[in-house]
Write a protein that binds this ligand. Sequence first.
Ligand SMILES: [Zn+2]
Ligand SMILES: [Zn+2]
Length: 284
Amino acid sequence: MFYSLFKIRTKFFIFPSPHSSFILMNLLIKTLRLLAILLPLVFVMACSQDETTTPTPTTPTSDTTVPEVYKKIYGASSITSDGTYITIKTNGVPDHKSPYFASGNSLYIAYSGTTFGGYNFAKNPNSIVEQSAIYKIPLKPQAATIKSATPLGRIGVALNGVPFFNQYAGPNNQELTGEMASFDQFYGHPQQSGVYHYHVEPLHLTQVKSTKSGLMGFLMDGFPVYGPQEENGTTVTNSSLDVYHGHTHATVDFPAGIYHYHFTTAAPYLNGNGYYGTPGTISQ
Ligand SMILES: [Zn+2]
Ligand SMILES: [Zn+2]
């Protein structure tokens, strides 16, 4: 087989001597070997490009840099981007003191004053439990054509890694007023499995880590949450917000303008009739 091929080749090219044809054959074999190595490589490169690039070769591949604004989530253990979603990993434990920590914990503090809504603080039977939550939120949030309701449980993440909950108490979306007395001096409390969370203005952020008009975090649809004031100092009321509890204008973090939610002292406090955009996913 090889011999006959050799013969055909030599005949075809009409080499002057068997010796020179032997050299050429060697060269051919070497070239074929090189091709055998290079071809799969070229194929792999072509495949990976299929997934990430747009038609024009001058367009850069998807950018996985985490924009500065997400780095404000100082309570996260990691924040990454795949170019489409921002992934935020947290353990959910607040960075401030609370009567809901075990009494031996350095963050434990007793409390007996009043809380949100003027209620006298009445501790619920739950305690803070560290537990991982991974929030995957859209990097470029868009208004959803069909809006979806927020569920009970985590609906977003605060800068300190504590989750946001909606305006209802479980089960079956009961009025939140029934559990407001159990909000601690920072307006948070843990639920049955120990997930500490905020339904209303997180005081540690508005008073210590940020300001009344500062960024508080993000809801699962990727839209940011701001405190109860605008940057000019005016207090935000429900009348300046839509039914999802947000509106659009420029903020210091988004100078080009963005839809954003605000905390308000009146119900629904953070979110109204559901997500304005399409929510990402939460895993543990
Ligand atoms: Zn709650
Ligand atoms: Zn605003």
